[in-house]
Write a protein that binds this ligand. Structure first.
Ligand code: SF4
Length: 120
């Protein structure tokens, strides 16, 4: 993903758009120039959860993918203290129960209104 702010700075994520500290470059004459190589490398290669000893063994990795890459970069390179873990981690059985109950309700509503929802 590539994004640009109103000052033509280029970002790799909408979470940090407008924060020039995280800009990877600037769009000038149709090309990305003034590249911040340190920031670009961090954002390309510095947030891989597979390289994290805890994440690489975690069964939630396919769901959470190691959390927000920018928060991971803050932890890794800027003495950040972000909790990267998905909120599902401690409450998955409860979330599954809620999800299934809602799904059951939605299916019932669809079933009761099928001909109105999908007229032939
Ligand atoms: S839940 Fe936590 S430990 Fe597991 S993959 Fe996500 S960030 Fe890593």
């Amino acid at each position: 993903m590539i994004l640009m702010d109103i000052y033509i700075y280029i970002y790799k994520c909408w979470e940090i758009i407008g924060n020039k500290q995280y800009a990877v470059g600037k769009l000038i004459d149709g090309e990305i120039k003034e590249i911040n190589h340190i920031m670009l490398n961090r954002q390309m290669y510095g947030a891989d959860p597979i390289e994290d000893k805890t994440c690489s063994k975690c069964s939630y990795l396919p769901v959470c993918n190691g959390g927000c890459p920018i928060q991971r970069i803050e932890n890794e390179f800027e003495n950040g203290n972000n909790d990267m873990c998905t909120f599902y981690k401690d409450f998955l059985p409860e979330f599954m129960k809620i999800h299934l109950a809602l799904k059951k309700k939605v299916l019932k509503i669809i079933d009761e209104n099928f001909s109105q929802l999908f007229p032939t």
